[in-house]
Design a protein around this ligand. Structure first.
Ligand code: NAP
Ligand code: HSE
Length: 432
């Protein structure tokens, strides 16, 4: 095909990520055009508010608030979507793909909820749909699961996969920064989602884990398959006690496979200080993929922010533009065929940290130990801390031996009904 005038891109979104993509496309010389070997032109850019000041200088007439200017333009070859949210993005993807446009996106929500359908629509229309930036910012894990690691039977994926929560937890643990202040910093740095509830309640991580598990296991998973707990229930003393026991608190996203199926879980966990994941700090993300052929492969890098995310989007854009340049047919990810069961969280078997606020009087510990024993839970160690004379209360921290989640939930219910127990302060799972 004669690509004399080059390849045309329609960009949807001009925020943290879109600004980085636009400035790379508009730079002279453009690193994208140089790597593709022909001009890659930014033809239109969709935003919500055209009057908003932008930190990238745009040629006149390029901004639009009308999605049809991109979707109905037959000269646009590639749609790059960096708006976020599933509505209206999913509909735009369907229309673009059906019109023969290739798509590059950073949208984990769309890919988690409707990725399987969109990938098969893309295959049917012989166009490419790439989404490296949807997981792990600048870490190339999506492409590796689709291609370089595709031969493996994956046993597990253990990750820190949300930059905002890892930034917040690092600030709370190392500088004792308050939760709200650390979140505001993460928002200022461009790490957080438009609604940061998605970050702090583990929704963003659940989307990303859905995407990774779908690619790794070749099976269609949904965000609802992920057991999810956010970081908002953590209190400053949890970080203190964790440190005393030799652990860090990290929000983990884990996919584990055994003969019974796959378990998908996102929650804050105690991780031994010597473990690699315990030492992933700030906006950094990490992932450990354990496969039958490759063994354990580690990924580590910045998981959010303009630079790393732009790197991932532009990598996909360059790959797509080279394909357009060569009139090549996209390979696409593996077929999603294997039906694997999703194992419920009740079946988890691990160690637990339990923090209780109790009346500071004789016999309390014995009652709690009995409730745990009745549920077949064995205590590994106990700390009694922070006795408050004025309220005659104390804090007890229990570390258990491995136990079944359903037993721990039953025991906590019974413990919360004991008269000397004022509050179950927290229960945090331990991931060794
Ligand atoms: P952002 O700063 O909030 O920017 C969103 C952009 O999209 C804005 O320019 C906004 O227009 C535009 N937009 C949103 N909804 C629109 C709609 N319905 N119609 C037209 N334009 C719309 O978001 P971001 O941080 O760049 O994130 C974008 C995407 O990348 C999200 O899917 C996010 O999850 C993903 N991502 C972000 C990061 C990160 O570190 N920020 C990392 C990886 C992936 P206005 O400017 O006019 O408001
Ligand atoms: N809000 C996300 C995060 C952006 O903090 O990880 C990167 O996907």
């Amino acid at each position: 095909m004669n690509r004399g005038s080059g390849i045309n891109v329609g960009l949807m979104g001009l925020g943290v990520v879109g600004g980085g993509v636009a400035s790379a496309l508009l730079r002279d010389p453009s690193p994208v055009s140089a790597r593709v070997g022909c001009p890659v032109n930014l033809r239109r850019t969709l935003v919500r508010d055209i009057s908003r000041p932008r930190d990238v200088e745009l040629p006149p007439g390029i901004l639009t608030t009308n999605a049809e200017d991109i979707l109905d333009d037959p000269d646009i070859d590639i749609l790059v979507e960096v708006m976020g949210g599933s509505d209206p993005a999913t509909d735009y993807f369907r229309r673009a793909i059906s019109a023969g446009k290739h798509v590059v996106t950073a949208n984990k929500e769309v890919m988690a909820k409707d990725g399987a359908e969109l990938m098969s629509l893309a295959r049917a229309n012989r166009v490419s749909l790439l989404f490296e930036a949807s997981v792990g910012g600048g870490i190339p894990i999506v492409g590796c699961l689709m291609n370089e690691l595709a031969a493996n039977d994956v046993y597990s994926i253990r990750t820190i996969i949300n930059g905002t929560t890892n930034y917040i937890l690092t600030r709370m643990a190392h500088q004792r920064t308050a939760f709200a202040e650390a979140l505001a910093e993460a928002q200022g740095l461009g790490y957080a989602e438009a609604d940061p509830t998605n970050d702090v309640e583990g929704i963003d991580a659940a989307y990303k884990l859905t995407v990774l598990a779908t690619l790794a296991y070749g099976c269609r998973f949904r965000p609802e398959d992920v057991y999810r707990q956010g970081i908002s229930a953590l209190e400053p003393q949890d970080f203190r006690y964790a440190r005393e026991f030799g652990y860090s608190i990290k929000s983990l996203a884990i996919a584990d496979r055994d003969d019974g199926g796959v378990q998908l879980r996102v929650y804050p966990a105690l991780v031994p200080e010597e473990n690699m994941l315990a030492n992933v700090n700030g906006v950094y993300n990490a992932a450990e993929v354990d496969g039958d052929l490759c063994g354990r492969v580690l990924f580590h890098g910045m998981g959010a922010g303009r630079g790393p995310t732009t790197s991932a989007v532009l990598g996909d854009l360059i790959e797509t533009a080279r394909m357009v340049r060569d009139d090549a047919v996209p390979g696409g990810p593996r077929e999603l065929s294997r039906g694997l069961a999703v194992r419920p969280i009740d079946e988890l078997h691990t160690r637990y940290y339990i923090r209780l606020e109790v009346a500071d009087r004789a016999g309390v510990l014995a009652q709690i130990a009995k409730a745990l024993g009745d549920c077949d839970i064995s205590i590994a160690s106990v700390l009694q801390k922070d006795a408050h004379a004025e309220t005659q209360s104390a804090e007890i921290v229990i570390m258990t031996h491995p136990a079944r989640e359903s037993s721990v939930q039953q025991a906590l219910l019974e413990i919360s009904q004991l008269s000397p127990v004022r509050r179950v302060g927290n229960m945090i799972r331990i991931e060794e």
